[in-house]
Design a protein around this ligand. Structure first.
Ligand code: SF4
Ligand code: SF4
Length: 171
């Protein structure tokens, strides 16, 4: 198996994550985060403006103190549900322009490593103490982390890291 690290290239990650039989299973439990370049692509595919795309189909979510867009995914009375772009017959209605996270994070053997790669490259911000604290909290529930994802990798200065984790640095 290929070893994924924080520094693995986007091209390699796309390649490793591309296998998907489009069964739709994962699309019924929520949706993946978009990266900036996904927004114009999806808007173009749907022939609507980016503003309309955001208003009708997307919602902003926060993770590791970073905001990012995701397709809406709600079932009445439940906190999450099928993705707004998922159709039982068609599958993903925006397949050719689907969000980057949907492209790479799926049910293949690399999924867990790719989740961490995505978080580290798009959501965890080493310059934001709150983001680092939330990553530390995430790591508390994990038995392992990909290379480049340890707290000491993110904040090599031990004194600063301790201060951040002790809430001695708020911003
Ligand atoms: S955007 Fe497409 S691939 Fe992603 S969760 Fe929604 S239906 Fe599934
Ligand atoms: S990533 Fe896996 S679960 Fe999701 S649609 Fe593709 S094959 Fe199905």
């Amino acid at each position: 198996m290929t070893k994924i690290t924080k520094g693995t290239s986007v091209r390699e990650i796309r390649e490793l994550g591309k296998k998907c039989s489009k069964c739709g299973n994962c699309c019924t439990y929520g949706a993946g985060f978009l990266i900036d370049e996904d927004i114009p692509k999806i808007a173009k595919l749907l022939q609507i403006s980016e503003k309309e795309l955001k208003e009708r189909y997307l919602e902003e979510n926060e993770m590791f103190n970073t905001k990012a867009w995701k397709p809406k995914a709600v079932k009445p009375g439940k906190p999450f549900g099928p993705c707004i772009f998922y159709d039982k017959k068609e599958g993903c209605k925006i397949h050719i322009a689907k969000p980057f996270q949907c492209r790479i994070m799926n049910c293949n053997p690399y999924a867990e490593q790719m989740i961490q790669w995505f978080y580290l490259n798009y959501l965890v911000n080493p310059d934001d103490p709150e983001s680092v604290r939330q990553w530390a909290s995430y790591l508390n529930h994990k038995k392992w982390v990909i290379e480049g994802g340890n707290l000491s990798d993110l904040v090599p200065d031990k004194k600063r890291l301790k201060k951040i984790l002790d809430y001695g640095v708020l911003k």
